[in-house]
Unconditional design. Structure first.
Length: 560
């Protein structure tokens, strides 16, 4: 090409056109100088939506929320240097969650690397432990042909695109070094295109012969974890025809169906000492939230079958006897053709346990004053049009135990199970859905920077902030008793923060509740941004939870 600016413009305009062609519709940009060429190219593209977020760590989690809400890959863009390193928590989460986060890091040209130049760190393979694909692009050079540059862009994005959809889905990292001057020619908008590519359809079928004798046994169990937006109606169809109980994680979305074969109380039942002899287990999707169920899966001698539409199946908590790389619907559609086995009494046993457990759970909720009572009340306030985003630690465990009659969708970051970026992920989802965030005070503090996106973009979000002044989940661990002298400082970690100031800083409406009776009559806001702070006590939360476990132990010890 004739000059550096035109060559740079052709490269970045082709690049963002290819992003659009492979299904990317949103890009989260963290401002900086070195990312100028790509940032302007994104802004100039007529059909790409850009989001501006000054905090790279929160920006990446915001992009994860956009992915969860839109079911599309989303790109993130930052400048060179340590800015890119702040993407690491979200890249690791997206890797473990098999989410197609497209990480675009701008870089200094190669001649400025490893000589002490400012904002020049080794970015080329900085996410290699987590990404499915990575490439360090060459710097634009006016001495090479236009076809060489555009073909390199197109070829690399074609290779990377196989990880945006299907069983190989996961994050990709593209590092793009730029020489100054950095501003592209914005008059060359005709170089931006909005063409779509025909994407490959990934599907793999596997013979069921190797499990044909196993699935003829009577005591079978289906366990469904997070399905990452996959359609799983065939699970319910098979369960209905073959009288199979389904232990449904709240992230499976199956609890919303209120199907008579779906069991929701299994975590509490196993905590209470449930022991049942099982012949085989069909595990579907990601590992479940319930620690007790995962411990039981690790110990049981039952034959285990894993179904995941993913070429790197999650073996946790124990390697299954056989694994199928296919969609749940394809698997159960084939399985439906097998002979029907008499399982009516087996199913009825689970249904009876579920019925008795729900009676006790609802009785507990009516009289309890702990965090769980508030969580149950939040679930009662949600409708089928609501989406509940749940933080890790205690909130997701309470939802697992109490999500019985709720009709809302439930989502969480259960790849790395961290508390970083929870606010930002929920805000990203809130762009596409009506979201309520349920979060503890430490996780909220950890990502308060993320609230800026609501203020800057008028994103509606209700936040239920469970404030027990510290890390409530640690009260249930052995450290509470074995390291009592050190517990509060090292594990309780009280902050004493007044979050009403946070609401004022980020233009959130704010209400504080110290009584469950008062909160029962509160309506969640239908518009705007609102924080509902709920004050609870960690020790009271623990003691009331233990009472519920004891009540359920009386159920499982009765011969049904």
């Amino acid at each position: 090409m004739n000059n550096h600016t035109d060559a740079l413009t052709k490269q970045v305009f082709t690049f963002v056109s290819e992003l659009y062609a492979y299904g990317i519709r949103e890009v989260v940009i963290s401002p900086g100088s070195r990312s100028t060429p790509l940032a302007i190219a994104v802004e100039a593209h007529p059909r790409l939506k850009s989001w501006i977020h000054p905090d790279e760590r929160s920006a990446a989690f915001f992009a994860m929320g956009l992915m969860k809400g839109s079911e599309r890959p989303v790109a993130i863009l930052c400048t060179s240097g340590s800015a890119a390193a702040n993407y690491t928590p979200a890249v690791s989460e997206s890797s473990l969650s098999h989410l197609p986060l497209v990480v675009l890091t701008s870089d200094r040209p190669h001649e400025l690397r490893n000589i002490g130049a400012p904002q020049a760190i080794n970015q080329a393979s900085m996410f290699q432990n987590y990404v499915q694909y990575q490439f360090d692009f060459p710097v634009v050079d006016t001495n090479v042909t236009e076809n060489f540059m555009t073909n390199t862009v197109k070829f690399q994005l074609q290779k990377a695109s196989q990880f945006l959809y299907g069983p190989h889905r996961g994050p990709i990292h593209l590092n793009l070094p730029f020489r100054e001057p950095l501003t592209p020619n914005i008059e060359k908008v005709e170089w931006l295109t909005s063409d779509m590519k025909t994407l490959p359809h990934y599907q793999k079928t596997t013979s069921l012969n190797e499990i044909s004798s196993i699935i003829k046994k009577s005591k079978g169990l289906i366990i469904v974890g997070d399905m990452q937006h996959q359609d799983i109606d065939q699970v319910l169809t098979y369960s209905t025809i073959h009288d199979m109980p389904i232990l449904a994680d709240p992230l499976s979305q199956l609890r919303r169906e209120h199907h008579p074969n779906v069991v929701t109380s299994y975590d509490l039942l196993y905590r209470a000492g449930l022991e049942l002899d099982v012949d085989f287990i069909i595990r579907v999707g990601k590992p479940v939230v319930s620690k007790k169920l995962n411990q039981w899966l690790k110990e049981t001698e039952a034959f285990q079958i894993l179904i995941q539409n993913n070429d790197q199946p999650d073996a946790f908590p124990i390697t299954p006897h056989v694994s199928y790389e296919m969609s749940a619907n394809d698997f159960f559609r084939q399985l439906s053709e097998t002979p029907i086995v008499e399982r009516k009494r087996w199913l009825e046993k689970w249904q009876t346990l579920e019925k008795h457990a729900i009676v006790e759970i609802k009785d507990y909720v009516r009289t309890a004053t702990d965090e769980a009572a508030y969580v149950a009340n939040v679930l009662d306030k949600l409708t089928t049009s609501d989406t509940l985003f749940v933080s890790n630690s205690m909130p997701i465990r309470d939802v697992d135990n109490l999500f019985i009659d709720c009709d809302a969708e439930v989502f969480a970051n259960r790849g790395a199970n961290g508390i970083d970026g929870v606010v930002s992920t929920a805000l990203g989802m809130a762009v596409h859905k009506k979201v309520t965030l349920l979060i503890g005070d430490l996780a909220f503090y950890h990502d308060m920077n993320g609230l800026l996106m609501s203020k800057l973009n008028d994103i509606n979000l209700n936040i239920i902030l469970l404030n027990n002044d510290g890390g409530g989940i640690f009260s249930y661990l052995p450290q509470k008793e074995t390291a009592e002298d050190y517990f509060e400082r090292l594990f309780g970690t009280p902050t004493g923060l007044d979050f009403e100031h946070t609401a004022l800083l980020y233009d959130f409406a704010f209400d504080r509740y110290e009584s469950i009776e008062a909160f029962k009559y509160a309506d969640l806001s239908k518009f705007g941004a609102h924080i509902y702070e709920i004050i609870t006590q960690r020790e009271e939360n623990k003691q009331q939870h233990l009472k519920l476990y004891k009540k359920l132990s009386d159920i499982v010890n009765v011969k049904l």
